[in-house]
Ligand binder design. Sequence first.
Ligand code: SF4
Length: 342
Amino acid sequence: MAQIIPKNLVSVESNWQKELATAFTDPESLLHYLKLDPRQFSEDVAARKLFPMRVPRHFASLMHQQDRHDPLLLQVFPRAAEFDKVAGFTHDPLSEQHNTTPGLLHKYRSRVLLIVRGGCAVNCRYCFRRHFPYADNSPSRAQWDDALTKIAADETINEVILSGGDPLMAKDLALADLASKIADIASVKRLRIHTRLPVVLPHRVDTGLLSWLEALPLQRVMVLHINHVHEISPALVNAVSALKKIGVTVLNQAVLLRGINDSVDTQVALSEGLFDAGILPYYLHLLDKVAGAAHFEVSTGEAKRIVREMLLQLPGFLVPKLVREVAGEGSKSPIDLHCTAD
Ligand code: SF4
């Protein structure tokens, strides 16, 4: 087995876990912290029962005080609109909830997705997996082995994507063990990690994580999830710099969200901010139509207009691909910017 588990990687609570435990989970405390009047949100807070609120203190510290329209706050604060039933918005927008192997999603030809952990450090209100039955998709060690056996049996798979929830919610000892087993599969050459943790809790990129990632004999890619330039903090820049120093490619995917980043200026600022931080823009997703998130939707026509304008203002490598995910499709579906349909 690939030897990537450092001797000093012990199973104790790390600083990032202690920090995670202090996250805001009740709306009133967050409003108090931001010096906002709870009466302005009295109809909204009940929506937490649809999907719990969770906001790490670092992420909250990036919000502007006394601004009820802060673009980071709007991503994570429960809203009354989540109760609206809107045609086309469903509990399982990508038809992911009928797996034969717990924790393993084989959506694309050369790649598989492992649901490493249910749960995230932050609960984004527009999350397409907000209704995902993580309890049925949290594999035991034996089920890991089953999933890994299936991956090893299919030589077309050359990339394993760790997803969730957020895979970096798992402890490094478990991640290093899993990654070393993946590295032992001959056809796999790349490990990709989809995570928002370095954004909302940059201390997650600690020596434990860096040590096993550095030792892993695979190409390593980390895809972050940043929707607004205000999410790029000095602590995140340091974390990205440490990842790049050990050879990790760092990309970003964002979701186009009404009232948060649905303007050309906001998107241009995001792309510039990402590149300044050493991160390449990768995808800009249209919203997945998950029940409770319809109020975030930006029309396809508006999205195309924004990205066409970005192409005029930015070099091509700073313009993310505009895509939508369609259940059952073998890849993300790129949006034709010049097609007049939609
Ligand atoms: S970090 Fe990603 S998976 Fe987690 S709640 Fe946000 S959108 Fe969903």
